[in-house]
Design a protein around this ligand. Structure first.
Ligand code: NAD
Ligand code: IPM
Ligand code: MN
Length: 351
């Protein structure tokens, strides 16, 4: 069986890191003897500026026929915020019902966390972020634009069905890990949405008696993530909270250059999408300063999803093995360029 993988490099450092993931993919496929083909999609800022297209329907229909999507990042300062982010990335997450956003936060050996004294044994958690609703749906309105009377609203949509399925996924993940699940929300203020989340969580919990459960408000979660990340195993949370706490998680594990993610449709009705947590990083684009490890670790998550478990583990091990060789986890002082790191990962692949 040939895995058909769609590739959207996107903007800024997106294509730079994705190219390294593709180099690693080619090497690991050789080593492990599986077949794949990639289709490259020219989407993102350049396409929009030259043709006005963000995600043509024909392209989306084609994407849907693939087994998985590898994405770099989209968004560029020349284009108003939201055009590409909503029109491409969120559109794919929503239309392909990629309802699980899985974001591991793991401190790897040989990486210095900004939190002094923190070691790998103290930081190994996964954020399960609801990926299809909440404040992200785009519901809302503006009236009186550009007048002193202007009023903007942005609505948070929360449905039982979406909460139930993400919470259930998180419980199942907790069972496969350390049997501990934390609900993260803001039930003390967002009383309508928070109450639905809490009641749904409690209801699903009854099906998983072996899992220890607790609750943290999102503000306290930020404190605990920094002060004591070891208290977490799996965290389930809504779309916006999940977005915010996973950048914090990335900082704790050493930087955005290491933070991988999967957007999963567990029913497999549509291709799942794999991408680093980071964005297009316009401040460092074009200089070889982007760390490709997040993208390569996202490839490992993709291979796992495609049923190539051994290849996935080999990619993860090789990517993690280069981290102690880096002087910093991204930027001008990394000690190696983006493509040198990619080549080093390939050289460390072990079957
Ligand atoms: P960003 O994640 O692009 O960058 C934040 C900081 O992290 C920057 O200082 C950047 O240099 C650094 N960084 C990011 N990736 C790195 C890497 N691989 N190695 C080393 N350092 C890295 O976030 P931002 O600056 O807020 O957003 C820039 C653009 O990206 C915006 O248009 C935003 O909407 C978009 N964005 C896209 C995605 C996505 O496509 N998945 C995710 C986040 C942001
Ligand atoms: C992420 C990004 C996206 C999000 C943006 C670019 C729409 O920040 O993947 O974390 O908010 O989900
Ligand atoms: Mn984000």
């Amino acid at each position: 069986m040939t895995h058909r993988i769609a590739v959207i490099g996107g903007d800024g450092v997106g294509p730079e890191v994705t190219n390294q993931a593709l180099t690693v993919l080619s090497a690991v496929a050789d080593r492990f003897g599986f077949a794949y083909e990639t289709t490259d999609y020219d989407l993102g800022g350049r396409r929009y500026l030259t043709t006005g297209e963000v995600l043509p329907e024909t392209v989306q229909t084609e994407l849907a026929t693939h087994d998985a999507i590898l994405l770099g990042a989209v968004g560029t300062p020349e284009i108003p915020p939201g055009v590409l982010e909503r029109g491409l990335l969120l559109k794919l997450r929503f239309d392909f019902d990629l309802y699980v956003n899985l974001r591991p936060v793991k401190l790897y050996p040989g990486v210095a966390s900004p939190i002094s004294g923190l070691g790998p044994e103290d930081c190994d958690l996964v954020v399960v972020r609801e990926n299809t609703e909440g404040l992200y749906t785009g519901a809302g309105s503006v009236t009186g634009r550009d007048t002193p009377q202007e009023v903007a609203t942005q609505e948070s949509l929360n449905t039982y069905v979406a909460i139930e399925r993400i919470v259930r996924f998180a419980f199942e993940l907790a069972i496969a890990r350390r049997n501990h699940l934390t609900l993260c929300h803001k039930t003390n203020v967002l009383t309508y949405a928070g109450d639905l989340w809490q009641r749904t969580f409690d209801k699903v919990a009854a099906d998983f008696p072996s899992v220890r459960t607790d609750y943290v408000h999102v503000d306290a979660a930020c404190l605990y993530l920094v002060a004591d990340p070891g208290r977490f195993d799996v965290i389930v949370t809504d779309n916006l909270f999940g977005d915010i706490i996973t950048d914090l998680g990335a900082a704790i594990q050493g930087g955005l250059g290491l933070a991988a993610s999967a957007n999963l449709n567990p029913t497999r009705r549509f291709p799942s999408m794999f991408e680093p947590v980071h964005g297009s990083a316009p401040d460092i684009a074009g200089r070889g300063w982007a760390n490709p490890v997040a993208s390569v670790l996202s490839l490992a998550m993709c291979l796992q999803h495609l049923g190539e478990g051994a290849a996935s583990r080999a990619v993860e091990d090789a990517a993690v093995s280069v981290l102690p060789d880096l002087k910093t986890m991204g930027g001008p002082d990394m000690g190696m360029s983006t493509s040198e790191i990619g080549a080093l990962i390939v050289s460390r692949l072990v079957k």
